[in-house]
Design a protein around this ligand. Structure first.
Ligand code: CTP
Length: 402
């Protein structure tokens, strides 16, 4: 199993003064859990919201707050500590970043410990701003964030929702998972290379109803499809997920369309594909459905001995593909490579991702996967066992090269 990308990475976590600062403790715990070595730098106003002691206890490292030692006797002797810290970091993550810190960094200020370290940074810098809606939507803030993005900072936009003031709108600090996903993505060397692309992804199983209570389904969890959706969004794409019944979730910026059956999925794919450049059919679409759905619950006394089935439409084979990049999945138990290549040809795909049920910790329900990507040319690329998020990013790389 591949090592967690965050394991052993050196991260400077910058915390600034807004109410979301308390959430940095959860973020810090998650980074530590995943094996990162974290050193926290706080702005003086961040200490009004959360104590340095909390963050030093969680990080197991001293927390830097002051640019200068409070007195000569407390001097550490490390006169270029800000440079040392900036050079130490594989990644600087400012979460949450106030509009004040965003403005300072955008204008090259180095007036506190955090802005000074950022000015000296050689590593990538991720900024997750959080503020009340009017502060976040302020044109000055927008321009500062745009400027930082154009300079190569990775900005995680604030989310929409209820804010500490009671107002609703954009400004919410993102969920911890999204921030760690961005950290993993940046530390893996990915960037926003899918900007301008519109990607449609199907995920999960389909349920084919027998009666109002029972259905024919399959074991697909939706994890691979949702991992693809997250990775594609973080790399800048506009993403729509059409999901069968699945408990997986994407980020709030990913458009989600829930469907139940193969027929519903076909309708949704046909409609949405017109608005997208790429289709990735990661869903495990049922091949059979009950020939008719019974309106009332079937009773035991009916002594049912068989259910008549009919074949569902093959969505991938039947959709119009002109001008689109179309990627399928193939789930096989025998003759894997040959069967996947056959599907690639018969469904006229640009690429197919082969999942073998023979592989351990791979396929249904696992957070990890091991796949072979097969291109139209027949070239097969084996991807060893790794997290579905990492696999998703590698599939996206291949999509960029079809
Ligand atoms: N697929 C589809 N519509 C269906 C069945 C499958 O679009 N009714 C898509 C899946 O989303 C997947 C690809 O076709 O991307 C291959 O699915 P798979 O189940 O591996 O193959 P099938 O074509 O269904 O063939 P079989 O089950 O016989 O292996």
């Amino acid at each position: 199993m591949a090592r967690d990308v965050l394991n052993g990475k050196k991260i400077v976590l910058g915390v600034t003064g807004c109410i979301a600062a308390y959430k940095s403790a959860y973020l810090l715990r998650e980074l530590k859990k995943r094996g990162a070595d974290v050193k926290v730098v706080m702005t003086p106003s961040a200490t009004e919201f959360i104590t340095p002691l909390t963050l030093s206890s969680l990080s197991q490292n001293p927390v830097v707050v002051n640019l200068f030692p409070p007195s000569q006797s407390e001097d550490t002797g490390l006169t270029t500590w800000h440079i040392d810290l900036a050079l130490w970091a594989d990644l600087i993550l400012i979460a949450p970043a106030t509009v004040n810190t965003v403005a300072k960094i955008a204008h090259g200020f180095a007036d506190n410990a955090l802005t000074t370290v950022v000015t000296a940074a050689r590593s990538p810098v991720i900024i997750a701003p959080a503020a009340d809606v009017d502060m976040y939507e302020n044109q000055l803030t927008k321009e500062n964030l745009q400027k930082l993005e154009s300079l190569g900072f990775y900005i995680i936009p604030a989310e929409e929702g209820e804010l500490a003031s009671g107002l609703k709108g954009k400004g919410r600090f993102p969920e911890t998972d999204k921030i760690t996903d961005v950290a993993e993505m940046i530390l893996s060397g990915y960037k926003k290379d899918l900007t301008g692309k519109k990607i449609l992804i199907t995920a999960g199983p389909t349920y084919e109803d027998i009666d109002p209570v029972r259905f024919i389904g399959n074991r697909s969890s939706g994890k691979m499809g949702f991992a693809l959706a997250k990775a594609a969004y973080l790399r800048g794409a506009e993403v729509t997920v059409i999901s069968g019944p699945s408990s997986e979730t994407a980020y709030q910026e990913v458009k989600r369309i829930d469907v139940r059956s193969a027929d519903e999925m076909k309708k949704a794919v046909t409609k949405e594909l017109k608005k997208n450049d790429v289709l990735i059919m990661a869903a495990a679409v049922a091949d059979y459905k009950p020939a008719r759905k019974v309106a009332k619950k079937l009773k035991k006394e009916q002594k049912l001995s068989e259910i008549k089935l009919s074949v569902t439409d093959d969505i991938l084979a039947s959709i119009k593909k002109e001008g689109k990049t179309v990627v399928g999945f193939a789930l096989e138990t025998d003759n894997e490579l040959a069967n996947a290549k056959k599907k690639l040809k018969s469904k006229n795909l640009d690429m197919i991702v082969l999942n073998s049920l023979k592989d351990k910790r791979s396929g249904f329900e696992f957070d990890t996967n091991k796949v072979t990507v097969i291109k139209r040319s027949g070239r097969a690329i084996k991807l060893p066992l790794q997290s579905k998020f990492q696999i998703a990013n590698k599939i996206l790389n291949e999509i960029l090269n079809v």
